[in-house]
Design a protein around this ligand. Structure first.
Ligand code: OGA
Ligand code: MN
Length: 233
C-alpha cells in the first residue's frame, strides 16, 4: 500500500498517520449504538438467549414465506439429516423437517433473501464490532415441518466441530397462525423450560453450544422458518 511513496521513512510515517489513522478513527466515530442489537447482546449475556419480536416486519415475512414456498413447491427441499447418520428410521424419530440451504453468494435475484441477509449481516457486524465475537461464517436454511413432525431435544453443535456459536431461528408462519397449532420451540435453561411460539417476524437467538432445545410436534398446518448459525472459522 506504500508503493507510491518515494520519499523514504518520514513520508511513510506521514502516510500511516494521515491516511490510515484517520480511517480507523472514522470507523470509531461512525459507530452508532443500535438499541435492538444492544438488547440482544444483554439478553445473551444474561440468559444465553434472546427473543426478538418484529425483527422482520410482516411484509418482510410474507416475502420470505413466498420465497420459501416457491422453492418447496418446486421440490427443492430435502429431508433433514442428523450429523453423519443416514438411517432414515432413526432420523424420523428425532427430526421430521425438510430443509433447503440458502447460498448467500446467489441471492442477487431474490429480493427476500437479500433483505434477510442485509439484516442478519447488520447484526453480525454489530456483534463483531462490539463483542469481538469473530463471526466469520454463516449458514442458513429454510425449514418446513409438515403436520405431525417435530425435532427432539438436542444441541446444535456437532462432535469435533464447535464453530457454531449462535443459533438464529426466524419464523415465517402466516399472520393468522394460532397457538393451537403447537410446534413451540422449547428452550431448556438451567432454571426452566421455556416454550416459545413460532410467531411470524419473531427471531430467537441462543448460544448453540449451551442451550438444549426442542421443536414440539406440529399439530396442524405446516411450520415455516429459516434457521441458521453464526460461526467462527
Ligand atoms: C434446528 C432447530 C428450532 C426451531 O433446526 O436445529 O432447533 O424453532 N430449530 O425451528
Ligand atoms: Mn436446533
Amino acid at each position: 500500500m506504500f508503493t507510491y511513496i518515494k520519499c523514504g521513512e518520514d513520508a511513510y510515517l506521514c502516510c500511516t498517520l494521515f491516511i490510515y489513522m484517520p480511517n480507523e478513527l472514522f470507523e470509531q466515530l461512525d459507530f452508532v449504538e443500535n438499541p435492538l442489537f444492544e438488547s440482544i447482546i444483554s439478553d445473551l449475556l444474561e440468559k444465553q438467549y434472546s427473543i426478538v419480536d418484529g425483527f422482520f416486519t410482516l411484509e418482510e415475512v410474507s416475502l420470505l414465506r413466498h420465497s420459501l414456498l416457491a422453492k418447496y413447491e418446486a421440490d427443492r427441499f430435502k429431508k433433514s439429516a442428523i450429523g453423519n447418520r443416514t438411517n432414515e428410521e432413526i432420523i424420523k424419530e428425532i427430526r421430521g423437517d425438510f430443509i433447503l440451504w440458502i447460498d448467500e453468494s446467489r441471492i442477487h435475484e431474490n429480493e427476500a433473501e437479500q433483505l434477510f441477509f442485509k439484516k442478519i449481516n447488520e447484526l453480525v457486524d454489530y456483534l463483531n464490532r462490539t463483542c469481538f465475537m469473530g463471526i466469520l461464517q454463516k449458514e442458513f436454511h429454510y425449514a418446513v415441518y409438515p403436520t405431525g413432525t417435530f425435532y427432539k431435544r438436542h444441541l446444535d453443535t456437532f462432535q469435533n466441530d464447535d464453530r457454531r456459536k449462535l443459533s438464529v431461528v426466524c419464523y415465517l408462519n402466516e399472520d393468522n397462525w394460532k397457538k393451537e397449532f403447537g410446534e413451540e420451540l422449547t428452550l431448556y435453561t438451567e432454571e426452566a423450560e421455556i416454550d416459545l411460539l413460532p410467531l411470524p417476524g419473531r427471531v430467537v437467538i441462543f448460544e448453540s453450544q449451551v442451550l438444549e432445545h426442542e421443536v414440539k410436534v406440529v399439530k396442524s398446518s405446516e411450520r415455516l422458518s429459516i434457521t441458521g448459525w453464526l460461526k467462527t472459522r
